[in-house]
Design a protein around this ligand. Structure first.
Ligand SMILES: O=P(O)(O)OC[C@H]1O[C@H](O)[C@H](O)[C@@H](O)[C@@H]1O
Length: 290
């Protein structure tokens, strides 16, 4: 266990290691399994991440909520149907260290190496998550190629965001962008008048704009991305909610996933010795009332 003025390390009953960071700007909770952030509360504000009340935080199982890391592939593996969905690192233990600690900003690094012996990703690589906890939450997901061959990764920060009610949720910054509907296979464009009124599982492409989720006059979250020109918008709606693990039947009314990604034609090839960085800054963007 680590004792540090800003950071507390603890084991939970499910066998996971939980890190709680409290500084003057925010409080955050993350798990070393999966480099998985489950809570980010800016000082005086609300949690900008959502986790199901049914989540049981068990070692070896991906957590339903927060910000799962999908790497080195997103969704189904491109060629191997037996490979797990969303890659190899959600259930793995990452090494961690504190990089810097200021009154208003704490930086952690979590890292994991692949040995090259997994048939679905036979390469040596290091994936790092550099987390900045301050007035905003910053996640930098850096892929280093330690192999002597190039490889291609698809990936996502699969962020679950809370909504007061799904009917009031609106996403701005997507209208007009090309989009692939994963449910129908259709390629269209994101409509101006989009509402969450059915199951949604779409990849938005060629878009690096700031994305804003609002769910009423007093609540907005802003996502700003670098190294990413794709984003997944996901809400499981009624039927799929019943089939999801660690998810209540009506949880789909409480969350929306906006996933900062490199998927489809935005997957990235990393040359030997090179790296690729994907990053997300999440902030409470609620308008300040006069
Ligand atoms: O249940 P999981 O493996 O966590 O995946 C949850 C969801 O993740 C993404 O949003 C995919 O686009 C969905 O197709 C998938 O259902």
């Amino acid at each position: 266990m680590t004792d540090h003025p800003t950071l507390t390390e603890a084991s939970n009953p499910g066998g996971l290691t939980r890190l709680t960071v409290r500084n003057q700007a925010a409080t955050a909770v993350l798990y070393t399994q999966g480099a998985h952030i489950t809570s980010f509360v800016p000082q005086g504000g609300r949690d900008l991440l959502w986790v199901s009340e049914d989540e049981d935080y068990q070692a070896g199982k991906a957590i339903r909520g927060g910000a799962p890391v999908c790497w080195p592939w997103f969704g189904a593996h491109p060629t191997d149907p037996d490979a797990p969905a969303h890659g190899l690192v959600r259930n793995r233990e990452w090494q961690w260290e504190i990089l810097s600690d200021q009154p208003n900003q704490t930086q952690l690094r979590l890292a994991l190496d692949t040995s090259g012996d997994h048939p679905a990703f036979p390469y040596r690589a290091r994936v790092e998550m550099i987390v900045g906890i301050g007035a905003t939450l910053t996640q930098r997901l850096v892929t280093h190629n330690l192999d002597n061959r190039a490889f291609t990764v698809s990936q996502a920060l699969h962020t679950y965001l809370p909504v007061h009610t799904l009917a009031s949720a609106e996403v701005t910054g997507l209208a007009g962008s090309p989009c692939l509907d994963k449910l129908t296979g259709e390629r269209t464009h994101w409509p101006e008048d989009f509402r969450f009124d059915r199951e949604i599982d779409r990849i938005i492409l060629d878009n690096n704009r700031p994305i804003r989720l609002t769910d009423g006059p007093d609540r907005a979250i802003l996502l700003e991305r670098t190294g990413s020109h794709s984003l997944i918008v996901w809400n499981p709606w009624v039927e799929k909610s019943r089939r999801l693990s660690n998810f209540r039947n009506d949880d789909y009314t409480r969350m929306v996933c906006l996933e900062t990604a490199n998927v489809d034609r935005d997957a990235r090839t990393v040359e030997p010795g090179d790296h690729h960085e994907l990053s997300l800054t999440l902030r409470d963007d609620t308008p300040i009332r006069p």
